[in-house]
Design a protein. Structure first.
Length: 215
């Protein structure tokens, strides 16, 4: 089945393709849609995910393309920072500059660790809300987490894999950061992997999810 993924992020596309094997994952650029980047005005991961799915569905429909759309919104929530950066994770530049998109991953990670300082409460989690959008009236949403801890005070990120905040979130039971995991390990434990497998179960179900015309 062809699944349209509402992202321009090649890392996310590769991750989803590795989880939803047997399905062809296409992104807006594959339909000639350049610069797909709808404004994320939602107040939660789920609202933003649904917003992106609906936006891509409508743009595809205007081009005569019909098919299920998957969208996700994800981020890092740090307990000691009141849940920041949360839905602003990809464009975070500190509590007074929410919405900035000027920082690279390394700069943003350093900023967040500096903001956390020497606090001993390092608990944090990745959150992913993912939507399977069949049409304007029918969709499914799931939300999953990957629980962990930010690296110890004075420690920098570890690992070369992944992207974003992966080098600074450590998984205690594995003794490694997300960036130190292999692709298979990450897909198995990650927030996005868990959410995608929940949607995969719907796609592989008894047909209820596979027929958008079924009442």
């Amino acid at each position: 089945m062809i699944l349209w993924f509402a992202t321009g992020n090649a890392h996310k596309r590769a991750e989803l393709a590795g989880i939803l094997k047997g399905h062809e994952i296409r992104i807006p650029a594959d339909a000639g849609i350049a610069g797909f980047d709808p404004e994320e005005t939602g107040r939660s991961f789920l609202e933003n995910s649904l917003l992106k799915a609906r936006a891509l569905y409508r743009r595809l429909a205007r081009r005569g393309i019909r098919g299920p759309v998957i969208a996700d919104d994800s981020g890092l929530c740090v307990d000691a920072l009141g849940g920041r950066p949360g839905i602003y994770s990809a464009r975070y530049a500190g509590p007074l500059q929410i919405g900035s998109v000027s920082l690279g991953d390394g700069e943003r990670n350093a900023l967040l660790l500096g903001e956390l300082g020497k606090r001993m409460d390092r608990s944090a989690r990745f959150v992913c809300a993912m939507v399977l959008f069949w049409d304007e009236y029918r969709f499914y949403g799931v939300q999953e987490t990957l629980e962990g801890e930010l690296v110890a005070p004075g420690e920098e990120g570890r690992g070369k894999g992944g992207f974003g905040y992966d080098p600074i979130l450590s998984i205690p039971e594995l003794g490694r950061t997300v960036a130190e995991l292999s692709e298979e390990e990450k897909n198995r434990v990650s927030h996005r992997g868990k959410a995608a497998r929940a949607l995969a179960a719907l796609l592989a179900g008894d047909g209820a999810a596979g027929d958008p015309c079924q009442s």
